[in-house]
Ligand binder design. Structure first.
Ligand code: GLU
Length: 283
């Protein structure tokens, strides 16, 4: 088996990340498998090399060992573009010229919008453009994203698509929760959903450990795996750590970052114990 920890270097890691990374590492150690670290830095406006270096330091402090070289997603844009081309060749992507305010206006005009886990679903404005209009806007160089044509993908996939979560059992895939998701952003040429699915496939990840906040995204990821002919990993979505008042830990909350814990004299051994991990991971 091969597990991974795939942080985005948009800030400092906190205890919740430590829990996730330790869980993935322990899973690999216990089964004699491989553990990979992947830096999900596709968005240059939010990710920094310094944060990635800090991640290496934090994980080493925790006693986690990973294979090298580490895959930095920003160095593999061609892989994501190739995957997008394959989806496009099957007619599964359409250009979307909408800005956020266009979408907002369209939703208000329609008076209602189905809601997904990430807010109102895309109302499908650009899916309904005529071929001529689409061609004209493309020819004019209008900036655009590429969205998944969900209905088409679902009809190609057929019924019976499932994935398995170790805590919640077999899940019938419900990719409709995210609607016609953006797979290629206009600014960065890919998206989290596309890059994560492509890389997990390319890196042969068999076991994905991540927070339950990404549970709904997995429904879409399963559909993308099907469309791209990628194997389906086993998912281990874990609960999210909260602070004393029950709020989710956030990267911007300095008090709980691994760096600040370390600098205030907390020992990795004690943090691991607090999070429920034995010193040597051998259980
Ligand atoms: N890069 C994502 C994050 O930091 C996690 C990706 C994943 O585990 O699938 O939130």
């Amino acid at each position: 088996m091969t597990s991974r920890f795939a942080p985005s270097p948009t800030g400092q890691l906190h205890k919740g990340h430590a829990f996730s990374a330790l869980t993935a590492f322990a899973l690999a150690r216990r089964s004699g498998g491989r553990f990979l670290l992947r830096i999900e830095d596709i968005d240059p406006t939010r990710c920094t090399r310094e944060n990635a270096e800090q991640i290496f330091e934090d994980l080493a402090w925790l006693g986690i060992e990973w294979e090298t070289p580490v895959r930095f997603q920003s160095e593999h844009r061609a892989d994501f573009a190739a995957a997008a081309d394959r989806l496009a060749a099957r007619g599964l992507l359409y250009p979307c010229f909408c800005t956020r305010s266009d979408i907002q206006r369209e939703i208000e005009r329609a008076g209602h919008a189905p809601h997904g886990s990430e807010g109102p679903l895309y109302p499908g404005t650009c899916r309904r453009l005529s071929g001529d209009e689409r061609a004209a806007r493309l020819a004019a160089g209008t900036p655009h994203a590429l969205r998944l044509d969900l209905e088409k993908a679902l009809s190609l996939a057929g019924p019976g698509l499932t994935w398995t979560d170790t805590h919640q059992g077999v899940q019938p895939a419900r990719p409709g929760l995210l609607g016609d998701a953006v797979l290629v952003r206009k600014d960065i040429g890919t998206s989290y959903h596309l890059a994560v699915v492509v890389d997990d496939g390319l890196q042969g990840i068999t076991d994905i450990v991540r927070g339950v906040d990404l549970f709904e995204a997995t429904h879409l990821h399963r559909l993308l795996q099907e469309m791209l002919g990628l194997p389906v990993p086993l998912y281990h979505h874990h609960g999210l750590l909260t602070d004393a008042s029950g709020n989710r830990l956030a990267k911007r909350d300095r008090a709980v970052t691994l760096k600040s814990l370390r600098e205030s004299g907390v020992r990795a051994r004690d943090l691991k114990k607090e999070l429920g991990f034995p010193e040597d991971f051998a259980v």
